[in-house]
Design a protein around this ligand. Structure first.
Ligand SMILES: [Zn+2]
Length: 235
């Protein structure tokens, strides 16, 4: 079963034909992409958009209504690519290193070293938030998490990269790792994220979990940013 919007550069018929009889052998993540190896020179690329997830179902389990692709295994079990808000992507690729190169994706946010991180901020002039979101510079940081990283570091999202001192960059680097690792450990379940995080308060009438003042929002780097103007000073 396939919902056509989700397929990139492959038809439902071709996806079925090329995966038939193959096994999913292992997987690797880079940035926001998950690559599933399906034998020689064939990888399934999954991008989960905002709400995508995978659900493994036993033979008699009913897939969620928003399942967009369902892979059926020989034992009758199924793997559903669930995607409520339809921002997900499914593609077949032959070479995943080449995919990273042609997309120009930067190093993964959890693999990057402090010196690579510093070099990126040393070379680029834009707002710090725009740099964190730029997948060509650092792959894997989404909008909500960029706001969280900046909140933890007490840096205003519109701060120009050139204004950051080395010690700000070290804190930003550590916060990036901590926020992403924690979110992954909690399976990005918003109900389980700490209440001290900005992420659970980012809405109209939301208040800063640190100082209690009203949060502000603004468009920075083309995306809506939430921040506390008191705790996150513009340097
Ligand atoms: Zn505050």
């Amino acid at each position: 079963m396939v919902d056509a919007y989700v397929l990139k550069r492959v038809s439902a018929r071709e996806l079925t034909r090329r995966l038939k009889g193959r096994r999913f052998e292992n997987s690797q993540r880079h940035g926001k992409h998950l690559f599933v190896r399906a034998g020689d020179e064939l990888w399934l690329r999954l991008h989960f958009g905002m709400t995508g997830s995978l659900e493994y179902l036993k033979r008699d389990e009913v897939p969620p209504k928003t399942a967009r692709v369902i892979f059926r295994f020989a034992n009758g079990c199924q793997l559903a690519f669930d995607d409520q808000r339809k921002f997900g992507e499914v593609e077949l690729i032959e070479d995943f290193d080449e995919f990273l190169r042609t997309r120009g994706l930067g190093p993964d946010a959890l693999e990057i070293s402090l010196s690579q991180f510093e070099a990126i901020f040393g070379k680029h002039r834009g707002a710090v938030k725009a740099i964190l979101l730029n997948q060509q510079l650092i792959a894997g940081i989404g909008n909500l998490y960029a706001d969280e990283i900046l909140f933890r570091t007490r840096v205003h999202p519109a701060t120009k990269a050139g204004k950051l001192r080395n010690k700000d960059l070290t804190r930003l680097f550590r916060a990036t790792r901590n926020v992403l690792e924690k979110a992954i450990a909690l399976k990005t379940d918003f109900n389980r994220l700490p209440k001290s995080w900005l992420l659970t308060h980012r809405e109209k009438r939301g208040r800063c979990p640190r100082c209690g003042r009203a949060l502000k929002s603004a468009t920075i780097g083309g995306r809506t940013s939430w921040f506390c103007a008191h705790c996150q000073k513009r340097i």
